[in-house]
Design a protein. Structure first.
Length: 512
């Protein structure tokens, strides 16, 4: 309701400014006739005051219109970007990994912003411009039918030109947007992987790749410019011919006393209004093709089906059962007829060579490939496709990843908690030191792992998964960590993935 009222106010302000703009030519026209035909200073003052009042109102309403526009543009861009991100997070992990992250980030931000601007401009300008062209055409028809006919024929010419160039405009806009996104992706990956670039000594190769992307972008930009310039040039040619006709024919009518100077000004102003609106609709044709391109790119994300998420809410995880599990990446089978059961108060160690599916197994248990496996995974004897896995992951599953991700505000809260004080101290760092390092973005790999572990332990989870949790820790921290999780396992299922010796005997070992 809030957004509808803002849209109505925005539309109404646009109509008011249109009406005020339509009023001004009449005042100027009558004012010119009074100057020529009358000697009344009083009437001159009246028209001067009226003209000033209209311009003051125009300034006021234009300012209010811009205020409403700014608020709506920011809100609408944010909401569209938020919905795109939310949808992206709810599609399957396999589908989301097909999109390049830097590419899609640039696409989300750019397309949501430009689509919002296009739609708001459409709301503001479409109806007022239709009103403007209809009113101006009617006035021209009453003042001079020949000028009206010329304008009408020009309108048909505009429509024909747009129809002829519509497809090419869509193609060049699409190529330009795609080449921009590709160039952004090429730049971002070199920055994001600078360490690997240095270690492999591939700076020249990557710069060559960047140059190639830039050349493609340049070619697309030139093609876009050529088509856009041709399109706008045809518009300018039509406008120039019409204005020359209006000047010559209007001047002839005044010189032969068929028209007053004031009426000529009125015809000229409304004639220019029509040209301006025709120019708007002509430009709108190009903007529609650009918007279509962005909408197609946006729908490519929105049309991806969200992954399954059930409705059953679980308060605890009392058992996990895997039966006849089958899963593959491409043509390679990772699991075939795999069976296993997990129960609380046990630590399960998953071992195996790289590529054998250690991380994939825990991802499957967490429901990250929920629509892509065969067999059955159940929690508390309920198929995970019937469980609200989003809620379960948030409330009852804790996962220490190899490359942890966390919110700084949440970490600050955890570091300030007395309940976690002993863990923080025994893992070998001080709260104040870590807080300052977070602020400076200078955390080491080992410190990131410790913070990720603290985040996991701060949640009252029934299932805790550690994926290579000690790979960057010193010996003393490792010893404490392994000792701590043995105390932690009561009423919890703990799954540990590790390449190295863990220093204690787990309850069960899964060799993949």
């Amino acid at each position: 309701m809030k957004y509808k009222s803002n849209l109505f106010i925005y539309f109404a302000l646009g109509l008011v400014t249109t009406v005020l703009n339509l009023t001004s030519p009449y005042i100027i026209s009558n004012y010119m006739d009074i100057l020529i035909e009358s000697k009344s200073l009083f009437k001159v003052k009246q028209y001067g005051i009226l003209f000033a009042l209209i311009n003051i109102l125009l300034l006021l309403f234009s300012y209010l219109e811009q205020r409403v526009y700014l608020k709506m543009q920011l809100q609408a861009s944010f909401l569209l970007n938020r919905d795109l991100l939310n949808h992206y997070q709810n599609i399957s992990l396999t589908c989301s990994e097909k999109f390049d992250k830097s590419y899609i980030t640039q696409q989300f931000n750019n397309d949501s912003n430009l689509l919002t601007i296009f739609l708001l401009d459409l709301i503001k300008k479409l109806i007022p411009n239709i009103i403007l062209v209809l009113v101006s055409s009617f006035i021209l028809f009453t003042l001079n039918k020949l000028i009206f006919v010329i304008v009408f024929l020009s309108t048909l010419l505009y429509i024909g030109l747009f129809t002829f160039m519509r497809k090419e405009l869509y193609i060049v806009n699409n190529r330009l947007l795609e080449s921009k996104s590709d160039y952004f992706y090429n730049s971002f990956r070199q920055i994001d992987n600078v360490k690997s670039v240095k270690l492999q000594g591939i700076q020249r190769e990557l710069i060559s790749s960047l140059v190639k992307s830039f050349n493609i972008l340049t070619s697309a930009a030139k093609r876009h410019l050529n088509i856009e310039y041709l399109y706008s040039s045809l518009d300018n040619i039509i406008q120039t011919v019409l204005q020359i006709f209006a000047f010559i024919f209007g001047g002839y009518l005044v010189m032969t006393s068929q028209l007053t100077v004031g009426k000529l000004i009125l015809i000229t102003v409304f004639f220019n209004y029509i040209l301006t609106t025709l120019n708007y609709f002509f430009g709108l044709g190009e903007e529609i093709q650009m918007a279509r391109t962005m909408l197609d790119r946006t729908n490519a994300i929105l049309n991806v089906k969200p992954e399954t998420n059930g409705k059953t809410i679980l308060d605890e995880i009392n058992s996990i059962s895997i039966k006849d599990l089958g899963f593959s990446y491409g043509e390679g089978n990772v699991f075939r007829n795999f069976n296993y059961d997990f129960y609380p108060s046990n630590i399960y160690l998953i071992k195996g060579e790289n590529g054998k599916g250690k991380s994939t197994l825990v991802n499957l248990i967490c429901g990250l490939y929920i629509d892509e496996f065969t067999g059955e995974i159940s929690i508390n004897n309920i198929n995970i496709k019937e469980i609200d896995m989003v809620h379960l992951r948030k409330e009852k599953i804790s996962f220490v990843e190899q490359k942890p991700f966390f919110f700084e505000d949440k970490i600050s809260t955890i570091l300030s908690s007395n309940n976690e004080h002993n863990i923080i101290t025994d893992l070998g760092f001080s709260s104040d030191r870590i807080k300052s390092k977070i602020d400076e973005n200078k955390l080491s790999g080992g410190e990131l792992q410790k913070i990720s572990i603290l985040t996991v332990l701060s949640k009252k989870a029934s299932l805790i998964i550690f994926d290579e949790p000690t790979s960057n820790m010193d010996k003393k921290s490792k010893e404490y960590f392994f000792e701590y999780i043995q105390k932690l396992k009561k009423d919890k299922i703990i799954i540990l993935i590790s390449h190295e010796e863990i220093g204690f005997q787990p309850d069960y070992t899964i060799n993949l």
